[in-house]
Design a protein around this ligand. Structure first.
Ligand code: FE2
Ligand code: FE2
Length: 191
């Protein structure tokens, strides 16, 4: 299991996720697009923190590139994007983000780290099940990228907060993440 997560995704998840691979791909593309938007939302919301500018723009570009790559796969299969589905898992986690400028900043970074960690874990599970070598290679590359993103958000938090505060809040939010991921039904989607 990816470090930082409190519960592992059960093996039967991947069977449901890949039952309708087209639906999975479309949802996955939307997740990459939303990740890019999260990076840009940090840029927009925290103009007073120039330290995050360069790395957040880089992050947003990487996620946009992932989106582009997954969307190309969708288009090759004749799939077209649909209206975003409500992501109950993300909503449950974001509900725990505190108010207060500093708290909110920290919680947003750590929730993003956990979402990246879960994405990395699940994309690795998907990679193991894929048989097409090209697709397998692609998913394995994406899974590794999401692992870097998990670390990236922790590094961003460490720029502004002491390690003990980061570790303590991360442990709390990891409990919330574990409850959230276990409470949503399995479907052909990343969450
Ligand atoms: Fe990504
Ligand atoms: Fe990512």
């Amino acid at each position: 299991m990816t470090a930082m997560l409190k519960v592992a995704t059960p093996p039967e998840w991947v069977t449901t996720a890949l039952k309708d691979f087209d639906a999975f791909l479309l949802d996955h593309a939307a997740c990459e697009r939303k990740a890019s938007a999260v990076g840009m939302s940090f840029v927009v919301r925290y103009p007073d923190r120039p330290l995050i500018l360069e790395p957040m723009i880089q992050f947003a570009r990487e996620e946009l590139e992932h989106y582009h790559q997954v969307m190309r796969l969708c288009l090759k299969r004749g799939l077209v994007p649909e209206r975003d589905e409500h992501d109950e898992y993300v909503n449950l986690l974001m509900k725990e983000v505190r108010f207060g400028r500093e708290e909110r900043f920290l919680d947003r970074l750590l929730a993003s780290a956990l979402i990246e960690a879960r994405g990395a874990e699940r994309l690795a599970l998907v990679t193991d099940r894929l048989t097409d070598p090209e697709l397998r290679n692609f998913y394995s590359r994406l899974a590794r990228a999401e692992e870097h993103h998990r670390e990236f958000f922790i590094e961003m938090a460490r720029l502004f907060f002491p390690q003990a505060i980061v570790d303590h809040r991360l442990a709390e939010l990891a409990e919330v993440e574990a409850r959230a991921i276990q409470s949503v039904p399995h479907r052909s989607a990343l969450h």
